[in-house]
Design a protein around this ligand. Structure first.
Ligand code: GLN
Length: 309
């Protein structure tokens, strides 16, 4: 079906009502205490087209902890600063292991497989710390600029909560530091990483923010160039192959869009040249991806025929 003929609101509503009735399997992420407080029944969807038409249903106007979805924003910022140099510090291969796994890092001598797992995003944070004068301020300004929402910020209680239980992230950063792949003080890098993960947006803001990846690196609404064409394609390639950790193959197979998930239960996915869609449902499957979020997107791309394949 052609996008011009597509009634996105109708398509979203139809799939939403189907998935709302389906059982809601999985667990809310409780390893970060603050995230465990969220209502597991929440369910929202928003889709924004390149022409800035916005469609939504359910809890799509509620702020959510975007968690690892923010790793795409830190990657965008770092890629623009370092260019090709970036790939000396972090790879572009799927990990096939959980988002917080330590196993591979030892074999790979402290070079994370990709920038969308925790270890990779921590290295990106280290790079940003080395290259920005006021990293926290510059990160948040960048996110506000890309989203075109001035009040976007991070949730301090969630950042504190993550810090209080950040044992695995601490293990990852120590291991990478021992291999020489972390240049700054590990506490500063982790504090910055927790700020990144605790950024909050609504589904509507998420589907607006990542339009640049559906539009060759240019924000189709403001006309601002966020990334070059080649870099935008490459970030989509990394999302397609690594955006869902050890479930990236499954997501490609079932949904067929480049995207990124977070343990807050959010998923954003882009359809190049058409739209960006964001779904939120807090219960996660065993791989740490939103159970209903994946179900919704699978059904949506099946019903509409709109995937990249
Ligand atoms: N802040 C989370 C963590 O570091 C992010 C994980 C995720 O969203 N997959 O564990």
């Amino acid at each position: 079906m052609e996008s011009k003929e597509m009634d996105y609101q109708l398509a979203i509503e139809k799939v939403y009502s189907q998935i709302s009735c389906a059982e809601n399997i999985g667990e809310v992420a409780t390893y970060i205490p603050e995230l465990g407080c969220v209502d597991p029944a929440k369910f929202g969807v928003s889709l924004t087209t390149l022409k800035n038409e916005s469609f939504g249903i359910g809890d799509c106007q509620e702020k959510i902890s975007i968690q690892s979805i923010a790793k795409v924003l830190s990657l965008t910022l770092a890629y623009n600063i370092k260019g090709q140099e970036l790939w000396k510090r972090v790879g572009v291969e799927p990990s096939g292991t959980p988002f917080n796994s330590l196993v591979q890092l030892e074999y790979d001598q402290g070079i994370p497989r990709n920038p969308l797992i925790n270890a990779g995003a921590i290295v990106i944070c280290d790079i940003l710390l080395s290259n920005l004068k006021d990293p926290e301020h510059e990160l948040i300004s960048f996110v506000r600029e890309v989203s075109q929402v001035n009040e976007i910020s991070y949730n301090k209680s969630i950042a504190r909560s993550e810090k209080s239980v950040g044992y695995r992230n601490r293990a990852l950063i120590n291991l990478m530091k021992s291999f020489g792949n972390i240049k700054n003080d590990i506490n500063q890098v982790l504090d910055f990483y927790f700020i990144l993960c605790s950024i909050e947006m609504t589904c509507q803001e998420l589907s607006r923010t990542f339009l640049y990846l559906a539009s060759d690196g240019v924000d189709p609404i403001s006309g601002k160039k966020i990334l070059s064409l080649s870099r935008s394609k490459r970030i989509n390639a990394i999302m397609q192959t690594c955006g869902f950790y050890d479930e990236a193959g499954e997501f490609s197979f079932r949904v067929g869009l480049p995207g990124k998930s977070g343990v807050g239960g959010g998923i954003m996915a882009v359809h190049p040249e058409r739209f960006c869609i964001a779904v939120w449902s807090p219960k996660l499957n065993k791989k740490g991806n939103s159970y209903k979020g994946m179900k919704f997107l699978e059904q949506f791309t099946t019903e509409t025929g709109l995937s990249v394949f």
